[in-house]
Design a protein around this ligand. Structure first.
Ligand code: ZN
Length: 84
């Protein structure tokens, strides 16, 4: 799932969060319409953009870490063998 970031607009004043959108443009629209509809065009204090946490290698299960590392090693060794 590369490049498919999900954004949500959150307004702490209203205690609401927008449905997730895929693009920055859609997020800007979500923010714009919330400001206009709920706050008469004012910018609510403490509004937030919610994004999912970044993918981390260390969140993977142990066996996937080992397997992934092995595959990378095999590829790197394969490239070195060809280059030398
Ligand atoms: Zn609001």
């Amino acid at each position: 799932m590369k490049g498919a970031a999900m954004y949500r607009y959150r307004c702490v004043q209203c205690r609401t969060t927008s449905p997730p959108v895929l693009t920055q443009a859609a997020l800007a629209q979500e923010r714009q319409s919330h400001r206009a509809l709920a706050h008469g065009g004012h910018v609510p204090d403490g509004e937030q953009i919610v994004t999912p946490p970044r993918f981390s290698f260390f969140d993977l299960p142990r066996e996937q870490q080992v397997f992934g590392t092995l595959i990378v090693l095999v590829i790197v060794i394969g490239i070195l063998v060809r280059a030398l």
